[in-house]
Design a protein around this ligand. Structure first.
Ligand SMILES: Nc1ncnc2c1ncn2[C@@H]1O[C@H](COP(=O)(O)OP(=O)(O)OP(=O)(O)O)[C@@H](O)[C@H]1O
Ligand SMILES: [Mg+2]
Length: 283
């Protein structure tokens, strides 16, 4: 078996559905995957490898958490997977669609129809109300979100009282919940969240995570989030650990304790290898 065959997950031979509905989605295969993805910033001595030869798959209908130290490449990986940033080399697939090579127009449509994104810095439109922000992606796509689901999202995220407010009139945590509701409203195939609970208290955090969990369990959507919080990671089916732009570990069926334990171990290993490197540098 060639290494290519070995690395390829069983994938559906069907064309990717372009509808937002999750019910008839093929359960097998990767919703998104990166293949030998590298991303370099700068040149020469100051060059930074934000991602180094990363290959990873996100199975359909699964909830994955990406963890790793600050600067380890988590946001870069997410942005590349969601077609918001170009890698230096390697390829990204959303279902069977390879993102490299899509025209700007095709990329815009794919993002609009198939991806929900919760940014580390919310990215809400300041002149629109909370509700207008939430329904904007659907409006642009010429669809209206499922009323029942939208109501459930708004009530579970505690946003009903704030729907007429503009982002500037909302707290950081409320803006973050609006950003989550926006990604969830149109029930896209895959939702990426870059620290979607980073600004939330534990109660709101639990609401956001449980509704992401529901999107996976009840609608077969795929969710990938970046988090620093082992309790948040415990909502996922799988945790992928990044360090220095590489995937260094993975955990299935995580609990907050097992994630914390793994983080400690990775931290110790990183410190040891840094010490060894500086010893050999200093002779
Ligand atoms: N536009 C840029 N120009 C140069 N270097 C960059 C740029 N964006 C990111 N980097 C570098 O790439 C590396 C990965 O950054 P990235 O934002 O992906 O990290 P992260 O894991 O998301 O960190 P955090 O947990 O702090 O959000 C870092 O070393 C960062 O300094
Ligand atoms: Mg980041």
């Amino acid at each position: 078996m060639s290494s290519d065959e070995k690395d390829a997950a069983p994938r559906s031979s069907n064309a990717e559905p372009t509808t937002a509905s999750g019910a008839d989605r093929d359960e097998k295969g990767a919703a998104a995957r990166a293949q030998s993805l590298s991303k370099l910033y700068g040149a020469g001595d100051t060059q930074v490898a934000a991602l180094s030869d990363v290959s990873v798959e996100f199975a359909r209908g699964e909830f994955t958490a990406i963890m790793g130290p600050s600067g380890s490449g988590k946001s870069t990986l997410m942005h590349c997977l969601a077609g918001l940033d170009d890698a230096t080399s390697g390829s990204v697939f959303l279902g069977d669609t390879e993102l490299t090579g899509l025209s700007d127009k095709e990329m815009t449509r794919l993002r609009r129809d198939r991806i929900g994104f919760v940014f580390q810095s919310f990215n809400l439109v300041p002149t629109l109300t909370a509700l207008e922000n939430i329904t904007l992606p659907s409006a642009i796509a010429g669809r209206s979100p499922d009323e029942k689901w939208l109501k459930e999202v708004l009530s579970r995220l505690g946003l009903q009282e704030r729907l007429g407010h503009r982002p500037g009139e909302l707290s950081g945590g409320q803006q973050q919940r609006v950003a989550c509701a926006r990604a969830l409203a149109s029930q896209p195939e895959i939702i990426f969240g870059d620290e979607p609970t980073g600004n939330l208290d534990s109660q709101s955090s639990a609401e956001v995570l449980s509704i992401l969990r529901a999107a996976v369990d009840e609608f077969g959507q795929t969710v990938v989030i970046v988090t620093h919080d082992p309790r948040a990671a415990a909502y996922a089916d799988r945790v992928v650990f990044l360090a220095d732009g590489r995937i260094v570990d993975e955990l299935r069926g995580p609990s907050a304790e097992s994630v914390l334990d793994r983080m400690k171990r990775l931290d110790t290993a990183a410190k040891q290898s840094a010490a060894t490197a500086s010893e050999s540098e200093n002779g």
